[in-house]
Design a protein around this ligand. Structure first.
Ligand code: FAD
Ligand code: UDP
Length: 380
C-alpha cells in the first residue's frame, strides 16, 4: 500500500518524497518527463561538462538549513556567478555596476560615482526603480539609461510584453550595484554540483521506500471529485504532494494561469572557448535573451564547447515547442486567480502543494527545497 503519492520530480517533489520516505512512509513518485530532476536535469557533453537541459542553474541560498540538507546528497563546489551583458558593442558586468558605468558612460562616470555614493550612502545595491524615482536629475538620467540599455529590451523579450507592464518585483531581482562587485548573486552559499544535478537527484531518490515512475502523467491516473482524490479510479486518502501546475490539477475550472516558456537551442561549437563568461546577456540584440557556455561553471577544458541560446516564447501546453511552463507571471491579477484554485485545494485535507508551479511563485531552487522541507514536516 502506498502512503503518499508525489507528483513531479523537481526539487520540490524529490525532496518531499525523500523526507516522507525517511518517516517510513511508502512513496509513489510520478514524473511525466522521461527523467528525474525537473528543470535541473543535466547531462554530460563529450568533454564531461554537465549541460543543463532546461537552462543554466546556479545554486545560491542564505538558508543554512537548505545548504546543510542538499549537501548531504552530493558534493558541491563553491562557485560565484558572474554575468556579462553585450551592450553598445561591449561586454559589461550585469548587474550594472561602476565598471559598467565607466565602460558605457566614460565621460560622466566619475561624477556619477561620487553622486551615487553620496545620495545612497551606506547602500551597496539599489533598484533601477529607485534611480528612476530619485530627486536628483542626473541620477534619474542614469536610471533611464540603465533601464533602456539593460532592462527594456531583455524584459520585453523575456516576458512578451513591455517592461512597464511587468511586475516590478521581477525587474528588481537584478539590482544596480554601487561599487565594483560583479557577482550576480549575494547569498551566503553559492555553489555548483561537483558532478551533475541529476546525480544529486538519483541520490535523493535512492531509498527503499520510494518507487519512481517516469514518463507518467499523474493526471491520467488521478482526479479530484467532490473534494476527494481518486487514484486509478479508487478514493485515495493518503497524502498527495502535487508540484505541477495547479490550474491543470483542477481542470482549468477558473481559467488558465499564464506561464512563459522558452525554446532552448543547444550548439556544440568546435572551438575551446566561445565567450568570456558563463552567461552573456543580450538585452538589445538578437531574439534570444542570453547565451550560456557551460564549461565556465566547471572550469573544464576540451577542444569544443557547448552553448545554449534561450528564446523566450508563449506557453502553449499542446505545442511541440513552448510546452514547458518555465515562468509564472507575478502580479496581483494572477495571484487572485491562483487564490481561487488555492481555495479549492485547501478544502482537500490530504492535498499538499509545493513548488514553483503548484504555488504559482517565482521560486529559486532553494525556496522550492525549503518549502518541501517545511511541508513534509506537516504531512502525517
Ligand atoms: P520543476 O523543476 O518544474 O519540477 C516540477 C516537475 O513536475 C517537472 O519535472 C514536471 O515535469 C512535473 N510534472 C508537472 N505536472 C506533472 C504531472 N501531471 N504528472 C507528473 N509530473 C508532472 N533557480 C535557482 O535557484 N538558480 C538558478 O540559476 C535558476 N535558473 C533558472 C533558469 C531557468 C531557465 C528557469 C526556467 C528556472 C531557473 N531557476 C533557477 C528556478 C528553478 O528551475 C526552480 O526553482 C525549480 O525548478 C523549482 O523546482 P520545482 O520542483 O518546483 O519545479
Ligand atoms: N533582466 C533584464 N536584463 C538583464 C537581466 C535581467 O531586463 O540583463 C530582467 C528581466 O525582466 C528578467 C528579470 O530581470 O526576467 C529577472 O532576471 P533574473 O536573472 O533573476 O531571471 P531568471 O532567469 O533567474 O528568472
Amino acid at each position: 500500500m502506498t502512503d503518499a503519492i508525489v507528483v513531479g520530480c523537481g526539487f520540490a517533489g524529490a525532496v518531499a518524497a525523500r523526507q516522507l520516505a525517511e518517516k517510513g512512509k511508502k512513496v509513489l513518485l510520478l514524473e511525466k518527463r522521461p527523467h528525474v530532476g525537473g528543470n535541473m536535469f543535466d547531462v554530460l557533453d563529450e568533454n564531461g561538462v554537465p549541460v543543463h537541459m532546461y537552462g543554466p542553474h546556479i545554486f545560491h541560498t542564505n538558508s543554512l538549513r537548505v545548504y546543510e540538507h542538499i549537501t548531504k546528497f552530493g558534493e558541491f563546489e563553491s562557485y560565484e556567478h558572474r554575468v556579462l551583458g553585450f551592450i553598445d558593442g561591449k561586454f559589461v558586468p550585469i548587474p550594472f555596476n561602476f565598471k559598467s558605468m565607466e565602460e558605457l558612460l566614460p565621460q560622466e562616470a566619475d561624477g556619477l560615482r561620487k553622486l551615487l555614493l553620496q545620495k545612497f550612502e551606506g547602500r551597496e545595491r539599489v533598484s533601477v526603480m529607485e534611480l528612476l524615482g530619485s530627486d536628483d536629475e542626473k541620477i534619474r538620467r542614469l536610471g533611464s539609461f540603465v533601464y533602456e540599455k539593460v532592462f527594456v529590451g531583455y524584459t520585453a523579450k523575456q516576458w512578451g510584453i513591455p517592461a512597464s507592464q511587468v511586475d516590478s518585483s521581477v525587474i528588481n531581482r537584478v539590482p544596480v550595484v554601487l561599487g565594483y562587485d560583479d557577482r550576480y548573486f549575494h547569498d551566503t552559499y553559492q555553489m555548483m554540483p561537483r558532478g551533475t544535478y541529476t546525480r544529486i537527484f538519483e541520490n535523493l531518490l535512492n531509498h527503499e521506500k520510494i518507487e519512481l515512475k517516469l514518463s507518467t502523467d499523474a493526471l491520467d491516473l488521478m482526479e479530484i471529485r467532490d473534494r476527494q482524490i481518486y487514484f486509478e479510479g479508487r478514493p485515495f486518502d493518503g497524502a498527495v504532494v502535487f508540484t505541477g501546475p495547479i490550474d491543470e490539477l483542477f481542470g482549468f475550472k477558473y481559467g488558465s494561469l499564464p506561464y512563459r516558456s522558452l525554446h532552448m537551442e543547444f550548439e556544440r561549437v568546435p572551438i575551446p572557448q566561445f565567450q568570456p563568461a558563463a552567461v552573456v546577456n543580450y538585452p538589445n540584440d538578437n531574439e534570444f535573451t542570453r547565451i550560456t557556455e557551460f564549461k565556465h561553471f566547471y572550469k573544464k577544458g576540451g577542444s569544443s564547447t557547448t552553448i545554449l541560446r534561450e528564446y523566450p516564447m508563449p506557453y502553449d501546453r499542446s505545442a511541440p515547442k513552448g510546452n514547458i511552463p518555465y515562468y509564472v507571471f507575478p502580479g496581483e491579477k494572477n495571484a487572485e486567480l491562483y487564490r481561487k484554485y488555492l481555495g479549492d485545494a485547501e478544502g482537500i485535507k490530504n492535498l499538499f502543494l509545493i513548488g514553483r508551479l503548484a504555488e504559482y511563485k517565482y521560486y529559486n531552487m532553494d525556496a522550492a527545497i525549503e518549502r518541501a522541507l517545511e511541508e513534509a514536516e506537516r504531512i502525517f
